[in-house]
Structure formats: structure tokens, C-alpha cells
Design a binder for this molecule. Structure first.
Ligand SMILES: N[C@@H](CCC(=O)N[C@@H](CS)C(=O)NCC(=O)O)C(=O)O
Length: 385
């Protein structure tokens, strides 16, 4: 028989919860309502030998509510703590979970309501993240899509912006390009995640080139950039991420940190300022320095920047050779049709074509230059409404 004494009144609980027992579950609940000062060190959780009886019926009811997801948040949290200490609680929960799981096949799947899901996501993740994009809209006509206002917050040299512009062009969607400076930058920071590309679709801000491309696919499925076949879809996902995450950091190193290339980026910043004349040049220079500090930290933090330059060049050469091999027979990574992974690779290769050192590395592979030509040939003009 367990001891009748409560062992752990956590300090932060209200007086009604001055012990860890559930109301009604502990025979001694009334005596457990002690002021914090009375809490002794040996009363803390995890000390052996001090326990209270748990009412099996109450435990069962609580486990049921938790398993069904109908328990209130505080109740669920307290039950979680109980789970750590009470085998009986774990057994009760396992029972209800297995019971519910066995019912699942009998319940028809209900597609979630897109608006409700959006509201739930924005409550969980806050106002801007994850991106809120329209659910699949096969009912939209080309004319309706053409009437939607698409505003692309863009930084011309960015490989992710190049990727997204190419997707938009390929899908024949008309959009307005806004260079991310001044008020546009503030908007991207306040309504997006501070990065570009960001796309406003009829006033709804969507961020991250991958999420935006998925949103566009839902909005305008033709021509598709995501394969239907599950294996092709998985390959597309893996290859896109390879381009976005592996090539990008190696390209960043050679753009921003390699001494031969950094002056070009400085010039690009000076040229892309919103303010004309020497004041603008000064702003460009200051922005360049701030971004160089930030990007250097990112490249070192990610790990690429911790390697010697020769090693980064060897890594990049290996990746370029692998991409070239994947493009045989081509013309695209997955065969005859371009997919999102191709747009991602195109963005990074275009970025790598800027510094002379990496341009020579790309140009050493005919399949890569042929691929870039094939991607350029995809550009379309927006379809008439
Ligand atoms: N995973 C993101 C990456 C976007 C990204 O890193 N964009 C860079 C420009 S190339 C940026 O906005 N950097 C500014 C910053 O980090 O504050 C995507 O696919 O869109």
C-alpha cells in the first residue's frame, strides 16, 4: 500500500493545485493544500517513498479525455507530468489510445476546411509563418488567376528570386516586381520572414521559394512543376533541397567571402540602392558591409565557412559533377519535363556563373551549360486573360 502523503506540490501551482494529486483522486487532497513555504525538499517529484492513491475511475476518465484530445490544456499538461511518475496513468492512456486507433479505419477521412486550417495555423505559428497560401483552386479559371495581383518582393541577384521568377514565367503568370529596399524591405520584414523572395498573392504574403512554388502550383496547376508520380515527386523534393541548401552555401562562400569575388557584390549593392548619387553609394556600401557580416556568420554557422577554401572548391566540384551526370540524358534533371528541382538548380548555377572562379567550374561541364540554355528557352509571356 502506497503512502497517503502527497510528495510534490510544485511551487507554481495555485492553492487549489497545491499538491500533484488530481482533485478527487487523492484521498488526502484537503490536507495537501499547503502554502509554498511548507514545501520541503523531500516533497519534490522524483523522491521515492511518498505517494498518494489515485482513483482509477478518475484516472481512466482523464486518460480518455487526453487520448481523445478533449482535455483542457492545463489538464493535459498535468496529465503529462503524471505520466512520468505513474505507471497506472501510462497504462490507462495506452488503453484509450489503442481503442481509438482501432476505431480509426471505420471513420471516413474528412478533408480539412482550408479557411479553418489557415486560422489554426496562424494561431499556432503567428501572423506570418508558415506562409498562408490559397488551398488548391482547380476551379479558378485562367482569367480569374490573371486578375489576381501577384507582387514579387525581389532582389535581382538572389538565386532564390531567380528560381521563383523562372517558375512564374514558366507558368505564364503576370506579376509586379518590387525591389526589396526601403518600404518594401520593411513590408517583407513585418508581413513576411524578412527574406526574399516573398510573394503577395492578392494581399496574402507567402515566403520561401519552395512554399511559394507549391502555392503557385495549387493556384495555377498548369504547366505543373511538381511531379504526380510519388517517386518522381520524392526525387524532385530531394534535388530541390540539394540545390537550395548545399549549392547555396558553397555559392555564398564564393560570392561573399572569396577575395576575388567580393568586390563584385559590393558593386552590385552600390548599384542597387534606391537613392541616387554619392549618398546612395554610401548606403549601398553600408548595406553591403552589414550583409557581408550577416552572411559570413551564416556560412560559418552552417559549416561550409569553417572549411579551407580548397576543400569548399572540391566539394563544389563534386556537386557540379554530380549535377552534370544527373543531366544525362537530360535535358532536365528528371527527364523531358522541367520540375521545381530544375528551377532551383538553375537559380544556383546562375548565381555561380557570376564569380569568375565558379563560372569556370560550371562551364567545365557541357551538360550544365546545355541545361542553362534549356531553362532559358522555357520563358513564356503571360497568357492573355
Ligand atoms: N529558403 C529560402 C532562402 C531565401 C534566402 O535566403 N534569401 C536571401 C537572399 S538570397 C535573403 O533574403 N537574405 C536576407 C536575410 O537573410 O536577411 C527560399 O527558398 O526562399
Amino acid at each position: 500500500m502506497r503512502s497517503q502523503r502527497c510528495r510534490s506540490p510544485p511551487a507554481a501551482w495555485s492553492s487549489a493545485w497545491a499538491c500533484r494529486c488530481w482533485p478527487g483522486a487523492c484521498a488526502q487532497a484537503a490536507t495537501h493544500r499547503r502554502p509554498r513555504a511548507d514545501v520541503q525538499a523531500e516533497d519534490r517529484p522524483g523522491r521515492a517513498g511518498k505517494h498518494r492513491p489515485l482513483d482509477p475511475a478518475l484516472l481512466d476518465a482523464l486518460a480518455r479525455e487526453v487520448a481523445l484530445g478533449t482535455a483542457s490544456e492545463p489538464t493535459r499538461r498535468r496529465f503529462d507530468r503524471l505520466l512520468a511518475d505513474e505507471p497506472a496513468a501510462r497504462t490507462a492512456l495506452a488503453y484509450w489510445e489503442s481503442l481509438i486507433a482501432s476505431c480509426a479505419p471505420a471513420v471516413p477521412a474528412v478533408p480539412p476546411d482550408a479557411a479553418l486550417r489557415g486560422r489554426i495555423e496562424s494561431r499556432i505559428f503567428g501572423g506570418t509563418h508558415p506562409p498562408r497560401y490559397p488551398a488548391a483552386r482547380p476551379d479558378l479559371t485562367r482569367q480569374e488567376i490573371a486578375r489576381m495581383e501577384l507582387v514579387l518582393y525581389d532582389w535581382a541577384p538572389s538565386p532564390f528570386c531567380a528560381k521563383l521568377r523562372a517558375v512564374l514565367d514558366y507558368k505564364g503568370l503576370a506579376y509586379r516586381r518590387v525591389p526589396v529596399m526601403g518600404a518594401a524591405l520593411r513590408r517583407v520584414r513585418s508581413r513576411g520572414n524578412g527574406k526574399v523572395p516573398a510573394l503577395e498573392i492578392d494581399g496574402r504574403m507567402v515566403t520561401d521559394s519552395t512554399d511559394i512554388a507549391h502555392a503557385l502550383e495549387a493556384l495555377a496547376p498548369e504547366p505543373p512543376v511538381l511531379p504526380q508520380d510519388p517517386r518522381q515527386r520524392a526525387l524532385n523534393q530531394a534535388l530541390e533541397d540539394w540545390a537550395d541548401e548545399t549549392f547555396y552555401f558553397q555559392a555564398l562562400y564564393f560570392q561573399w567571402m572569396e577575395p576575388g569575388a567580393a568586390p563584385m557584390v559590393r558593386e552590385a549593392f552600390r548599384a542597387h540602392t534606391a537613392i541616387p548619387g554619392p549618398v546612395g553609394q554610401l548606403f549601398g556600401e553600408l548595406a553591403f558591409r552589414a550583409y557581408r557580416r550577416r552572411i559570413t556568420r551564416q556560412v560559418i554557422g552552417q559549416g561550409t565557412g569553417r572549411k579551407p577554401e580548397a576543400q569548399i572548391a572540391a566539394d563544389l566540384a563534386r556537386n557540379l559533377a554530380a549535377a552534370a551526370d544527373l543531366l544525362i540524358p537530360g535535358p532536365f534533371l528528371l527527364g523531358g519535363q522541367p520540375h521545381l528541382c530544375d528551377f532551383a538548380l538553375m537559380g544556383q548555377l546562375t548565381y555561380l556563373m557570376r564569380p569568375p572562379l565558379t563560372r569556370a567550374m560550371v562551364q567545365a561541364h557541357a551538360p550544365l551549360t546545355d541545361f542553362l540554355a534549356a531553362m532559358r528557352a522555357l520563358r513564356r509571356t503571360p497568357a492573355p486573360p
